[in-house]
Design a protein around this ligand. Structure first.
Ligand SMILES: *Cc1c(COP(=O)(O)O)cnc(C)c1O
Length: 372
């Protein structure tokens, strides 16, 4: 038997999550964000489930190339624009839309030779203070771009820093509106949380929403609300098996550092999954985990290739005969029981985003096709 760990990508869940996004923004177009190799899922693996999208948002030219190679002909936006002038050639060749967030990018454009002028997304720094033109400089950047023969169309964008909080997008929205009001162009403001917390709000959801985490089934505002409360389904499931068991006496410890000591006689299962697979080492004893679809918890430290689970609370058949039992680290079990990735992330003091993106290369994937 090969090592039993495997990650699954559920195509039907992706389609359903995309429909859920669509319902919240029926007037707008959806850019499905597939940066970081589709948040760790693999662009090739999510492509089928995201066929219904209006466009894609990517970080790197190679991701755009992958989408073109898969046959996608619609809009693809480089979310941070080009990193050097040479990448403008790629934009021309692959017909990419690209963000313009600084004057250097306009300089490069002004020297770029292209048969077909580009569509760009001019980015305002409305308060996040990472990328973008200051609100007071936005209009002059727009005018500079508008004068270039290399430019066909200018859209206006900004990005919210606190959209996962109720009302958290308001201050930035007002700044954006105030400093862009006379400028012509389509707008792109909302990420997943801005969209879900302000559904159908024309100011926030106009004209292109840029949605990542919601498509992959992560909550947009954990822990206030869970993914299931937003009707989002897990797309990535990480499953493995129990490869050994240990019967502990009271006072026995488990794992490196002996951080867990058995308070009573108990049976533990050893799972073929560790931090070298992308399971967070910061997840302490007590992190939820499913064995045969039943909820239990991890005990002791996560090591490189293994972690331990408490079997003592499980139904008798698994408890007596645990070897080979299915373990769900996050996502759904084969029987459909769900352990939300946000819950695991919270126990590890991180976010679903980081867990998805951090899945290790050594974990094999399987795409579950949509049976319809
Ligand atoms: C990553 C990213 C998004 C998507 O964010 P989610 O929170 O995953 O929806 C949207 N816009 C920009 C500019 C991004 O970089």
């Amino acid at each position: 038997m090969t090592r039993p760990i495997k990650a699954f990508v559920d195509t039907k869940a992706l389609k359903d999550n995309l429909s859920c996004v669509r319902q919240k923004s029926s007037q707008s177009q959806i850019l499905s964000v597939v940066k970081a190799n589709a948040y760790g899922h693999g662009i090739e693996r999510v492509f089928e489930g995201l066929r219904g999208t209006d466009g894609f948002g990517v970080l790197e030219v190679c991701e755009a190339q992958t989408l073109r190679d898969l046959g996608f002909r619609g809009p693809i936006v480089l979310l941070e624009g080009v990193f050097d002038s040479r990448e403008l050639e790629d934009c021309s060749r692959l017909q990419l839309w690209h963000t313009v967030h600084c004057n250097e990018q306009i300089d490069w454009l002004s020297r770029h030779k292209t048969h077909k002028p580009h569509r760009v997304f001019l980015k305002m720094n409305s308060g996040m203070n990472r990328l973008g033109f200051k609100p007071e400089q936005f209009k002059s950047a727009w005018s500079r771009l508008n004068a270039l023969p290399q430019i066909e169309e200018i859209s206006l964008m900004t990005h919210f820093s606190d959209a996962d909080q109720e009302g958290g997008a308001l201050a930035q929205l007002n700044t954006f509106k105030h400093h862009s009001q006379d400028l012509i162009g389509e707008r792109s403001l909302a990420n997943s949380s801005a969209l879900f917390l302000n559904p159908q709000d024309p100011d926030i959801t106009q004209d292109w929403v840029r949605v990542g985490i919601a498509l992959y089934g992560g909550s947009v505002n954990h822990p206030s609300q869970r993914a299931s409360q937003w009707s989002l389904q897990p797309v990535m499931s990480l499953r493995s098996k129990i490869i050994a068991t240990q019967d502990l006496k009271t006072g026995d410890s488990v794992g490196y550092g002996s951080t867990f000591t058995a308070p009573k006689a108990m049976r533990v299962g050893i799972v073929a999954c560790g931090y070298a697979d992308g399971y967070p080492r910061s997840a302490e004893s007590g992190t939820p985990i499913l064995v045969n679809g039943q909820l239990t918890q991890t005990i002791g430290r996560v090591s490189m290739d293994m972690l331990c689970v408490d079997l003592s609370t499980l139904e008798e058949d698994v408890r007596m005969n645990p070897l080979g039992s299915e373990v769900t680290l996050w996502g759904s079990s084969q029987t459909g029981a769900i352990l939300e990735i946000d819950t695991v992330a919270q126990h590890a003091k991180t976010l679903a985003y980081e867990l998805m993106c951090g899945l290790a290369n050594r974990v094999p994937f399987e795409v579950i096709a949509d049976s319809n």
